[in-house]
Design a protein around this ligand. Structure first.
Ligand code: PHE
Ligand code: NA
Length: 450
C-alpha cells in the first residue's frame, strides 16, 4: 500500500513543469485562431477577465487538492472526501484528458510536419494562396499526419514512462525561455510589416457588440484549456510538489507566463494576417498559413522557421506529457498498475482516438456530429463542456468542502496567504467562479439570456 511517490526535485523545476504544461498549442495555435473567429479584442478582454477571476483561483485550488492528498485526479477526492461522490470529478477529468490529447497530438503532428517543410525550404516562392492550400492538402491526406501524430504520441509516452524528475522536469526547464525569445523576434518582424496596424487594432481595440454567447463560452473554455485547468492536470502535478514549495507563487508565475505568451502569439500573428489578406476567422490553420508568409519575408527566415516549429513541437510535447500523466497516474494508483504498463495502455488508447481525429480532416470528414467533425467535436466537448464543469466543481470543493482552515494550512506549508487574500480567494472559489461558469453555460444553452 505504502509506495514511495515520485516528486519534483527543485522549486524551479515545479514552475517549469507547470508552465510547460500551460504553455503549448493553446497559446500559439488555438488562442489566435479562436480570437480570430470571435472578433479579436473583445474576445481577448473577456478571456483575460476569466483568467484573473476564475483561472487563478481554480489553479490554486487544484494545487491544494493535489498536494493535500498526494494522489491522482480521482484518488485525490477519495483521500480528501472519503465516501462522497466528489470523486466523480476525477472521472470527468480523466475523460477530458483522453479527448484533449487525441486532437492535441494531431496538431502537434502538423507542427512536426512543418519542421520538415521548413528544412526543405518548402514555403519559399509561394504565394499566400499556395501556402494555404499546402496546409489543406497536408492535413487532409490519410497517412502522413497519422504517422506524425503517432510519432508524437510515442515521444510523449517515452518521456512519461521515465517519470517525473528525470523525464518531465529535466526537459521543460531549458526549452521554454528559448521559445519566448523566438516569439519576440517574430513579433518585431510582424509589427513592422506594411498594414500591421489593422492587425493590432483587431487584437487590442474591442468592439463588444461583436461578442456572442458562443464567444463568451469559448473565452471561458479557452481560459481553462490554456491554463491546463479543470481536468486534474494540476491536481496531478500538485501531488508531486514538495511541502516547502510556495503554491501561490507557482500559480502567479505560471499564469503570467501563459498569458504573456498568448498575447505575444497574437501580436506575431494578426499583423501578418491583415498584411497578407488572410481571413482572421480562417480557423485551425491560421498559424500554419500565416507564419510561413512572415518567415519567407524576413532575413534569416529559413532558420527562424525551423526553430519556431521545433519549439512549437516542444511546447506541445511538454503539455501533452502533462495530459498523459493525468491518465497514467490514475491507472497506476487506482488499478495498481506499474508506471510502464499504465503509460503503454494510456498511450495506445489515446492514439487510437487520435487517428480518428486526424482522419476526420480528410477521409472521415463527412462524418459529423452536431455539425462538427470528430476533431472539432473532441475539442468542443472538452474545452467548452468538461473543463468548465470540472473547474466549477473543483472550486466548489475547495470553497465549501475543504474550507478556510484546510486551505490556510496547505498554503502555509511553503508560503503564506495573508488574511485578506485568503478571504478574497475563498470568495472567488465559493461564489464568483461557480456562478460565472454556471451563467456562461446556461446562457449558451439558452436557459438564461443576458
Ligand atoms: N494548456 C495547454 C495549452 O495551452 C493544453 C492543456 C490542456 C494541457 C489541458 C493540459 C491540460 O496548450
Ligand atoms: Na496555454
Amino acid at each position: 500500500q505504502l509506495q514511495l511517490r515520485d516528486s519534483f526535485g527543485s522549486k524551479f523545476g515545479v514552475i517549469a513543469a507547470a508552465a510547460g504544461s500551460a504553455v503549448g498549442l493553446g497559446n500559439i495555435w488555438k488562442f489566435p485562431y479562436i480570437a480570430g473567429i470571435y472578433g479579436g479584442a473583445a474576445f481577448l478582454f473577456v478571456y483575460l477577465a476569466f483568467i484573473v477571476a476564475i483561472g487563478l483561483p481554480v489553479m490554486l485550488s487544484e494545487l491544494i487538492i493535489g498536494r493535500g492528498s498526494r494522489r491522482n485526479a480521482f484518488g485525490a477526492f477519495k483521500v480528501l472526501a472519503p465516501g462522497t461522490p466528489w470523486r466523480y470529478i476525477g472521472i470527468l477529468g480523466v475523460s477530458a484528458a483522453f479527448l484533449i490529447l487525441s486532437f492535441y497530438g494531431v496538431v502537434a503532428g502538423w507542427s512536426v510536419q512543418y519542421i520538415v517543410l521548413s528544412l526543405e525550404n518548402g514555403f519559399s516562392n509561394k504565394t499566400p494562396d499556395e501556402i494555404s492550400s499546402l496546409f489543406a492538402t497536408l492535413i487532409g491526406s490519410p497517412i502522413k499526419p497519422v504517422l506524425l501524430q503517432l510519432f508524437f504520441m510515442l515521444l510523449t509516452g517515452a518521456i512519461v514512462i521515465i517519470g517525473i524528475k528525470k523525464g518531465i522536469e529535466k526537459y521543460t526547464k531549458i526549452l521554454m525561455p528559448v521559445l519566448v525569445v523566438i516569439l519576440i523576434f517574430l513579433c518585431i518582424k510582424a509589427v513592422s510589416l506594411e498594414g500591421a496596424k489593422a492587425g493590432l487594432l483587431f487584437l487590442f481595440k474591442p468592439d463588444f457588440s461583436k461578442l456572442t454567447g458562443d464567444g463568451i463560452l469559448s473565452a471561458l473554455g479557452h481560459a481553462f484549456f490554456t491554463l491546463s485547468l479543470g481536468m486534474g492536470t494540476l491536481i496531478t502535478y500538485g501531488s508531486y510538489i514538495k511541502n516547502d514549495n510556495n503554491l501561490v507563487n507557482t500559480v502567479i508565475n505560471v499564469t503570467v507566463a501563459d498569458t504573456v505568451i498568448a498575447i505575444l502569439a497574437g501580436v506575431a500573428i494578426f499583423p501578418a494576417v491583415f498584411a497578407f489578406g488572410i481571413e482572421p476567422s480562417e480557423g485551425p490553420g491560421l498559424i500554419f498559413v500565416t507564419l510561413p508568409n512572415v518567415f519567407h519575408q524576413m532575413p534569416g527566415g529559413y532558420i527562424f522557421s525551423i526553430l519556431f516549429f521545433v519549439l512549437l513541437s516542444v511546447a506541445a510535447l511538454t503539455s501533452a506529457i502533462s495530459i498523459l500523466e493525468v491518465v497514467v497516474a490514475y491507472f497506476k494508483e487506482e488499478f495498481n498498475m506499474g508506471r510502464k504498463a499504465s503509460t503503454v495502455l494510456a498511450t495506445i488508447l489515446i492514439s487510437i482516438l487520435g487517428i480518428l481525429c486526424s482522419l476526420s480532416m480528410g477521409v472521415l470528414s463527412p462524418y459529423t456530429f452536431l455539425g462538427l467533425n470528430i476533431f472539432d467535436l473532441m475539442d468542443w466537448i472538452s474545452a467548452n463542456l468538461l473543463l468548465p464543469i470540472g473547474g466549477l466543481f473543483i472550486a466548489l470543493f475547495v470553497g465549501w468542502f475543504l474550507g478556510r482552515k484546510k486551505v490556510k494550512e496547505e498554503v502555509a506549508k511553503g508560503g503564506s496567504l495573508s488574511g485578506i487574500f485568503l478571504s478574497a480567494f475563498l470568495f472567488l472559489v465559493k461564489f464568483i467562479a461557480p456562478i460565472a461558469i454556471a451563467i456562461v453555460m446556461l446562457n449558451k444553452v439558452g436557459l438564461l439570456r443576458f
